[in-house]
Design a protein around this ligand. Structure first.
Ligand code: NAD
Length: 250
């Protein structure tokens, strides 16, 4: 039970990587706030699975593009569970528009959720963590923090921003007992990318770029996330763990 007694907030936890992380955290003993933006039923299903297994969780609606919404979420978590120890910044959106066609509105939508949303959520939750001089923040970044991708300018820029947000937050929050780190997954089939990966030619090309010869599974990001969220990560500050089957090696 590496997260026993801890209260964790996971954004975007109704599906995809966030769902896998929320379920795995609960198995490790954490009480989990399963945050969702619009997937109320899916979030309730995640909470149901956790409580049926004897764990503790609640679903909380939150829009990470809104500071009042994040503050209300943190307030509900602390009211219900008495503390907030761990944040997994995971809620994100993807865009695929060629650079020359990218509009201001699309740029703003992606950056506001992926980068500013992580900043806002971390600041709101860190203020709670500081009260007990203990915290863990895991930022779900992407290989796209360092590896470009055609038609992905706003997404890559947001993840590149998270790379430095992770490092600067880590330096400033470490003296408060809060360890900030990130994971950088490669290609994992979820609702985020299913439409592109359903094109056999695109899928074959992508797989050919991954040394391990396949896409990842959501469950393959949970081990590193649990470690970074645990007390065992007590000397990890500003790290970013690539989980990509070797995609960024070549
Ligand atoms: P997903 O689309 O299944 O899940 C993203 C979740 O974020 C959804 O539940 C969505 O509702 C939520 N969300 C989006 N905007 C939000 C907002 N403003 N407020 C609250 N919630 C919001 O995708 P996923 O693949 O599970 O992605 C999760 C994270 O992992 C993202 O940050 C993504 O960039 C990152 N990631 C994914 C992959 C991949 O291949 N799937 C690779 C690298 C990184």
């Amino acid at each position: 039970m590496r997260l026993g007694g801890r209260v964790a907030v996971v954004t975007g936890a109704s599906r995809g990587l966030g769902r896998a992380i929320a379920l795995a955290f609960a198995q490790e003993g954490a009480t989990v706030a399963v945050c969702y933006r619009s997937g109320e039923q899916e979030a309730a299903e995640v909470v149901g699975r956790i409580t049926a297994a004897g764990g503790s969780a609640m679903a909380v609606q939150v829009d990470t593009a809104s500071r009042p919404s994040l503050e209300a979420m943190a307030g509900r978590v602390v009211d219900r569970f008495g503390r907030l120890d761990i944040l997994v910044n995971n809620a994100g959106v993807m865009n695929t528009t060629a650079f020359l066609d990218l509009t201001d509105g699309e740029w703003d939508r992606v950056l506001d959720t992926n980068l500013k949303g992580y900043f806002r959520a971390a600041q709101v939750c860190a203020r709670e963590m500081m009260k007990r001089s203990y915290g863990r923040i895991v930022n779900v970044s992407s290989t796209r923090q360092v590896q470009a991708n055609y038609g992905n300018t706003a997404y890559c820029a947001s993840k590149g921003g998270i790379y430095m947000l992770n490092r600067t937050m880590a330096a400033e929050l470490a003296p408060h007992g809060i360890c900030v780190n990130s994971i950088a997954p490669g290609t994992i089939e979820t609702d985020l990318n299913r439409s592109y990966l359903s094109d056999p030619a695109f899928l074959a090309k992508r797989v050919s770029e991954i040394p391990i010869g396949r896409l990842g599974e959501p469950d393959e990001v949970v081990g590193a996330t649990i470690f970074l969220a645990s007390e065992q990560a007590s000397f990890c500050v500003g790290a970013s763990i690539m989980i990509d089957g070797g995609q960024t090696l070549i």
